[in-house]
Design a protein. Structure first.
Length: 61
């Protein structure tokens, strides 16, 4: 079980670093807002984070 937790944490950190590298500070803020909303089970906050990430993805494409 601890190995699984370490792997999941490493993947989450890697994804966070990729978002920050590609989309800058706004990307990391959107990712954090999405994560906090999911953790708190608050659909409004997670929706705001998801919309911000989608807007960043649409802008770069």
């Amino acid at each position: 079980m601890p190995i699984f937790a370490i792997v999941v944490a490493a993947l989450a950190i890697g994804f966070e670093q990729l978002i920050q590298w590609k989309y800058g500070p706004m990307g990391i803020i959107a990712f954090i807002v999405l994560s906090v909303g999911l953790k708190a089970k608050n659909t409004v906050i997670s929706g705001i984070g998801a919309v911000a990430l989608v807007m960043l993805l649409a802008q770069s494409g």
